[in-house]
Design a protein around this ligand. Structure first.
Ligand code: G3P
Length: 219
């Protein structure tokens, strides 16, 4: 299972990278805005800065255009920026066309804003590299986000689609564990969801006891 961090915050990306388990980064226009990154040149520079931190990892960069020509123009520019860039395309009609176009040209894509199995099937048919079902946002509206991951896993396995399931809008550690059990290829979430995996009170209590016993015998 690949671990991506879902942020445009360079410090958090560095921290996750330092842990040694980071495989990539996902961003979106809201995450860029949260970090105060505005203006095309600054946004492009920020993507390069992210790529430089995550050595060899995939970095999703989202197009802003919603028409086919605009998405192609922006996506090609983003892909040119750095070899680690994956072009993030929304699940809309022209987005599906753009996914197919990019796939034919060998440009890697991440189909975002996916909320149904049908959308995920379409993204795979169009040749998306990754599909991003937003599980937290489904949970927010009383719909089981993890069930969507299971449905997509079953469909992709039925036909051997190569599109990777990137479980997105992950909010906490249990989302990560459940996605791993279902067989999501990738999870993207906040640093807290990754760091939550390492915590267990019995680990802390056990370590404290080991160290106390060592000190008793060794001064
Ligand atoms: O990866 C998608 C993500 O950025 C959306 O997360 O928490 O805003 O639903 P959230």
């Amino acid at each position: 299972m690949k671990f991506f961090i879902d942020t445009a915050n360079l410090d958090q990306i560095r921290e996750a990278q330092a842990l040694g388990v980071l495989d990539g980064v996902t961003t979106n226009p809201s995450l860029m805005a949260k970090e105060g990154i505005t203006g095309k040149n600054n946004i492009l520079k920020h993507y390069v800065a992210i790529c430089d931190i995550v050595e060899g990892g995939d970095v999703s960069a989202e197009v802003i255009a919603t028409d086919f020509e605009g998405m192609v123009r922006e996506g090609e520019e983003l892909a040119e920026l750095h070899e680690q860039i994956v072009v993030k395309v929304p699940m809309i009609r022209d987005g599906v066309k753009a996914l197919k176009y990019f796939s034919d040209k060998g440009i890697r894509t991440n189909c975002t804003l996916v909320f149904s199995a049908g959308q995920a099937l379409l993204a795979a048919k169009a040749g998306a590299t990754y599909v991003s079902p937003f599980i937290g946002r489904l949970d927010d509206i009383s719909t089981d986000g993890l069930n969507l991951i299971s449905e997509i896993r079953e469909i992709y396995d039925n036909y051997g689609f190569g599109t990777e399931i990137l479980a997105a809008s992950i909010r906490h550690t249990m989302h990560v564990i459940e996605c791993a059990k279902i067989g999501a290829d990738v999870m993207t979430g906040p640093l807290s969801a990754i760091e939550g995996l390492l915590k267990h009170p019995l680990t802390d209590i056990g370590l404290q006891k080991f160290l106390e016993d060592y000190r008793k015998g060794n001064g």
